[in-house]
Structure formats: structure tokens, C-alpha cells
Design a protein around this ligand. Sequence first.
Ligand SMILES: [Mg+2]
Length: 231
Amino acid sequence: MNISVISFDGDMTLWDFRKVMRHSLKQTLTELQRQVPTQRALELTIDEMIWLRDQYANEVKGKIWNLLEIRQGAFEQTLEYVGYPDKKLAAHLNAIYRKHRFEDIELYPDVIPTFDVLAQHFKLGLLSNGNTYPERCGLEDYFAFVIFSQDVQVEKPDPQIFEITVQQAGCEFSQLLHVGDSLENDVTGANNVGAHTVWLNRDGVENTTDAQPDYEVHSLTEIPTILGIDR
Ligand SMILES: [Mg+2]
């Protein structure tokens, strides 16, 4: 292997997106229930809010790329769902969501120790379908490039976003190692263009798909060893 660049997925690879998303929705739900006097509002759950958001995201797929705009639309739909349509209130809820979503994000504890080692040997970058920008979690100095699907309007596993990655990184596909938790978006996406892949399997789940990662790790701290780096 002749790897010179490592690209990392963001959500569930560097930070626990699901945890911060649920926590932020809980704060938002509390405010919604304070302001909306319907029975359906009182009975609304976080799982329903997630379901409504995913439904809406599917409806506008390929039309709206900005994730905060999608979230805003999802809150509008949520208020309709509880029988209380109100765009102004949806914007207020979105502001509460956004505050927690971005201020309460935490890195997994293996990120900084691993980056400190890898940054001495490789060019590092971020390749994300999400919207947590590195400066929101103190990672901005580690990355030589950052690519967000909502900015380039193409998302993993589409080969185009990996082409954008090697252009920005200034390398060939064979020199790129991509690390991520999604077998479809990260592993298959990067394999399809001929890049090397690490599947981050934090929970030790079984791979029941056709995706064939070059390496599987349970923690990011295993990556330097794979790449032959002595600590
Ligand atoms: Mg991910």
C-alpha cells in the first residue's frame, strides 16, 4: 500500500451524531409541548419526530440539500402532524434544535489520540454526508480538506464525491484510505473507485452485506498499527 491521504466519515465515526440528535430533539420537544396545547403534541415522541424528519428528507431528496433547511421543513411538518401548523414556531423550534445540535457535540475519545499520530504521516480530511463542521468540535487544524455533501450536492456512496475528494487531496484513488462506519456509504462507496477502506465497527456487529472492507476495526486507535506506524 502506498497511502498518503486518509479521509474520514464524520457522523458515528468521529462523533456520536445519533446521541446529540436525540438530545437536541428532546430539548425541542419540551419547548413544543410547552407551546402547543393539543393532545397529539403531548403524546408526540422523539421517535415520531425522527420518522417525520426522515419522511420529509425523502420527499425533498435531490431538491433541498441544506440539512438545516430540511430540519426546518421537518418541524413545519411536525407541527402540522400535531394539529398546530405554525411556520414561525417551526423556526423557533429549529433555532433551539440547532443550538443544542451544534453546541453539545462531543468527539469519541479515540479521535484526538489517533489524529495526533496519523497527522504526522498522512494528509487527513473529512468527507461527510452530515453537517457538523470541524470548527464546531475543535478539529479544524487537523484537516487538509473538508467535503460536505450538502455543499457539493452529491453524497456518498456516489463515486463523484470520491472524485472530488482526490482532486482536493491531490492524490490518486490508490493513495487514498477512507474510514467510516457505513458499509454502504463509506466502504462500498470508496471500494467502487479503487480506494482502500477501513470499516469502523464500534459495536462489533456482523457484516451481513456484500461490502468487503480492506480492514475492520473496533476503534480508531487500531488504524496506525494497520498502516505500520510505531507509536
Ligand atoms: Mg457515518
